[in-house]
Design a protein around this ligand. Sequence first.
Ligand SMILES: CC(C)(COP(=O)(O)OP(=O)(O)OC[C@H]1O[C@@H](n2cnc3c(N)ncnc32)[C@H](O)[C@@H]1OP(=O)(O)O)[C@@H](O)C(=O)NCCC(=O)NCCS
Length: 166
Amino acid sequence: MSSESDLVIEPLNRHHKKAAFLCGTETLDRYLKRQAGQDMKRRISRVFVAHPREDEARVLGFYTLSAISIDLSALPEKVAKKLPRHPVPAALIGRLAVDLSAQEIGIGKMLLADAIKRTLAVSDDIAIYAMAVDAINEQAESFYERYGFARLAHDGGRLFLPLRSL
Ligand SMILES: CC(C)(COP(=O)(O)OP(=O)(O)OC[C@H]1O[C@@H](n2cnc3c(N)ncnc32)[C@H](O)[C@@H]1OP(=O)(O)O)[C@@H](O)C(=O)NCCC(=O)NCCS
């Protein structure tokens, strides 16, 4: 993908061909094929899909976005001590994946940037303290760490990035 303008990122719809998607992590492929549509309908997650501008059916990548709260005890002490004594609101990228045919050409980075842009756009109206991500394994974790995400304590592979720092 040479530039952002060659790629469209939009909410999952019935024109996207989910069945052909393969990212190398089976649980993520299965999620897109079997669960994503239901999650959208029930308003559990918003699912966004990337496709080439000239081919709406071809799913090159996807991510999910939903609202969560982060317990103060999961944040590093120096961050937590500046916050009120209750859970803080965050936007969670629960899943993010790029098709094997299109990895390492910048689509993962564009999906992440798109999720952050959408979150910033609503955060003037609904307070959101941080972006959070669930990394499925160590490789995914190091992908997110490149962009400044840091691990939350006792929360599995969940990482966070305060929106203020963006
Ligand atoms: C991890 C994943 C989303 C990365 O997507 P991608 O489109 O291949 O990544 P990009 O081409 O946008 O890479 C952006 C940058 O991250 C780096 N990067 C890519 N994968 C990385 C990884 N696993 N660890 C560390 N850095 C990584 C790239 O080298 C690139 O660096 P640069 O900007 O200095 O050139 C993709 O490999 C994938 O879908 N993997 C399987 C599913 C998965 O692990 N999802 C993660 C979240 S659950």
